[in-house]
Design a protein around this ligand. Structure first.
Ligand code: ATR
Length: 285
């Protein structure tokens, strides 16, 4: 990478951002395609969010990712929202288009791409159990329903959040049946897909989000947690013969979608995946 007077600036704003893997992803893609662009991580506190976004826009920034804790709070600063960003009430990507800031949410599309690429799974006519009802769950449920899922159950520690999510999605997607699941001891074998969208399984929050003895071969078990690479849930699911997908794949594909929004080019997925895995295996997350 050679920086000069015409290098295009992109980056991510969040707090904390020191351990983000997004710069590895995006700079690998820019290098591989010979684009004179760079991607940096900017630590931005909530009270400086508006200054940061407007300042970066004024400096000719070409594209931004937005991460915790700004994904929702950034919306009122933007000129336009994609349908998905509006539906899930959060943006993880800002496109700077003709002086306007357009908010997108690539988490759901990234999840769908990875489901297909890594597990050969398309949601049309399928049933899913989503564990969690926070921001990530909202994106995934919208993506699955938008992709034609037949039924989606949502199980969350705080059931009232699951009810809100079901209400929101049922109003938007009539073809899909949504329900709140209240039993943690449930029969998982009835679902084509089980997704963990809680933070249970992360290094600082170890454990299983649900008892897993009823998982079976032929099911897909997806964990959005990406570190450790194999969570307790994925280890148990694999032992029971299910196909497993780790959250690193969603990170990869949501980044690839953002890359395409900013550059108008197809992302070099293979190269980005290799760089991500190399970094993850070094344990530098
Ligand atoms: P994100 O944007 O990553 O989805 P979030 O909106 O804070 O983050 O949501 C975190 C999710 O993980 C929630 O569904 C949360 O459950 P509650 O709504 O009941 O808080 C879930 N979660 C976090 N820690 C958990 C734990 N120890 N056990 C069960 N669920 C947990």
């Amino acid at each position: 990478m050679r920086l000069d007077g015409s290098t295009g600036l992109t980056g991510i704003i969040g707090q904390p951002v020191a351990h983000t893997l997004s710069p590895v992803l995006q700079n690998t893609a820019f290098d591989f395609l010979g684009l004179n662009w760079v991607y940096l991580a900017f630590e931005v506190s909530p009270e400086h969010l508006s200054q940061a976004v407007l300042g970066l826009s004024a400096c000719g920034c070409r594209g931004l990712n937005v991460t915790m804790p700004h994904k929702r709070e950034v919306l009122p600063l933007l000129d336009e929202l994609s349908d998905t960003a509006r539906l899930v009430g959060a943006a993880n990507t800002i496109e700077f288009r003709n002086g306007r800031m357009v908010g997108h949410n690539t988490d759901g599309p990234g999840f769908m791409k990875s489901l297909e690429a890594d597990a050969g799974f398309r949601p049309e006519g399928k049933s899913a159990l989503v564990l969690g009802a926070g921001g990530a769950a909202r994106s995934l449920v919208a993506a699955l329903a938008g992709g034609g899922a037949r039924s989606i159950k949502i199980l969350n520690r705080d059931a009232s959040k699951a009810e809100i999510l079901v209400g929101l999605m049922a109003a938007r997607f009539q073809h899909c049946s949504f329900a709140v699941e209240r039993q943690f001891e449930l029969d998982l074998s009835e679902f084509d897909l089980v997704v963990n969208a809680t933070s249970v399984g992360m290094e600082n929050n170890p454990g299983l989000p649900v008892p897993v003895s009823t998982l079976r071969p032929g099911q897909i078990v997806y964990d959005i947690v990406y570190w450790p690479l194999q969570t307790e849930l994925l280890r148990a699911a694999k032992a029971r013969g299910a196909t497993i997908v780790n959250g690193l794949q969603m990170l990869l594909h949501q980044g690839a979608e953002s890359f395409s929004i900013w550059t108008g080019k197809a992302a070099p997925i293979k190269e980005m995946a290799a760089a991500l895995l190399e970094r993850a295996e070094k344990g530098l997350i």
